[in-house]
Design a protein around this ligand. Sequence first.
Ligand code: UD1
Ligand code: UDP
Length: 374
Amino acid sequence: MSTPIKILSVFGTRPEAIKFFPLVHALERDERFDSRVCVSGQHRGMLDQVLEIANIVPDHDLDLMQPDQTLDALTANLLTGIGKVLDKEKPDWVMVQGDTATAMSGALAAYYRKIPVAHVEAGLRSGNIHHPWPEEVNRKIVGSFAALHFAPTETAANALKREAIDPAGIHVTGNTVIDALHWITAQIEQKPELATNLADLETRFSGKRIIGVTSHRRENFGGGMEAIADAIRRIAARDDVAMIFPVHLNPNVRKVMNAELEGLDNVALIEPLDYPHFARLLDICTLMLTDSGGVQEEAPALGKPVLVMRETTERPEGVEAGTAKLVGTDADMIVAECNRLLDDQAAYEAMSQSHNPFGDGQAVGRIVEALAEN
Ligand code: UD1
Ligand code: UDP
């Protein structure tokens, strides 16, 4: 048998870990590959929650998260830290996912060593370098020199082609987040005890419709976060709804949300949920109010309408399919759209059709075969 292809997967935040774990599982099982994992530790607690449930033990853990880290210090530490791992491992490929500082720096460190880069979730574009910030530029940097681009949808593949990227390197695979969602759903079916910690809240809010909330985007810090908090307070004044809001560990989010929302009867501000419990929240909610990227992909797969608290989205597929709606960060708009879904059955039903524009749960298999062929 020929020498296995050595792939170093580099990731560091919660969403990257969720979208990477099914791929790492597949590479580990496949004799054609020698799979290594480097986590940057850009996130700590929220990364570890995923590593634990997915049973992934990294070969390298740079553990470099600092409280309230700046983008420049984070990026500098990532670049030098990942570079050292590359010098030691000398992989045939470096694989990164999405658009975080870890993805951009991991790819750049590989490029500096002339190691080819495979980019998972390639080709997402909002067309606005300030929304989402800094992710739009991070993913464009990776896309500009990656050798393999795993685009989740045709829309993403077309965006890459418009940037004159060689079509031979572009593969439409679906998004691995759907593979991850299928895996976690099967795990919960086998072991329901993985996702029972919301039971007390479910009892407390029984008879009310649950709205799941997440928020963390850097471009929303300050005024945007204040407006989101204001909208949540106004929606929670209704006696027929309750909001469950696992608050991101970024201090810029927590400061505002704790100050504005703590102690409200219909709002549960809780710690970040591990992935099985977040899947449970998606299951029990009537709708999601979010500025997250990943949640925009997961909720439509489960037939849950998503109100996206952003000015633009690089995931237009959900909006086009009618399962997601952009509501920006204007409090009046968020409240109005939320009330519309709660009060207008036809509007709700139009958005809650289970639809999955982001993949069929088989993205990992396609990515693995493309890697094997190159
Ligand atoms: C990062 C990514 C963003 C991604 C998001 C997913 C960048 C620039 N940003 O944003 O693209 O959408 O993750 O959640 O790559 N913290 C903890 N514990 C954790 C995680 C974060 O305490 O487990 C706190 C720390 O104080 C840390 C801060 O949050 O300094 C910010 O973390 P960082 O990864 O820099 O930014 P995010 O806003 O999480
Ligand atoms: N998620 C989670 N627990 C939470 C909130 C989110 O496991 O409390 C998961 C969610 O299922 C999705 C991912 O985290 O897969 C989204 O991460 P985040 O919103 O932090 O980042 P983004 O997707 O916006 O980059």
